[in-house]
Write a protein that binds this ligand. Structure first.
Ligand code: ZN
Length: 104
């Protein structure tokens, strides 16, 4: 393999479209800070098999978010469930609210 081939291989693998992941945006209940976090749909999810034999598996992840201001140590716990096609099925949050929903 010559050097040019090596370099072009490196470039083609580097320019491969990255998995954009799933972005969540939450607001801290205590300080109202907005926190954004990326869920890596390939590495962050654990698979959950349904009870029924023909049920498709779902994917589950739990994220613990802390603001970056350094002044607030509220921990925001987010739980997300995705279907087999990695579409969001349900979500839960403690310690904050999802930024795209109205505060209760
Ligand atoms: Zn906070």
């Amino acid at each position: 393999m010559n050097l040019f081939k090596k370099i072009s291989d490196w470039f083609s693998s580097a320019s491969r479209p990255e998995d954009p992941g799933y972005w969540i945006s939450v607001k801290c209940n205590r300080c109202r800070e907005k926190i954004r976090a990326r869920i890596d749909l390939r590495n962050d999810l654990s698979i959950e098999y349904g009870g029924a034999q023909d049920a498709r598996p779902t994917f589950f992840t739990r994220k613990l978010l802390v603001g970056e201001s350094g002044r607030c140590f509220q921990r925001i716990e987010v739980e997300l469930t995705f279907d087999a096609d990695k579409h969001l099925l349900s979500r839960e949050i403690q310690g904050g609210t999802f930024d795209d929903e109205q505060p209760a």
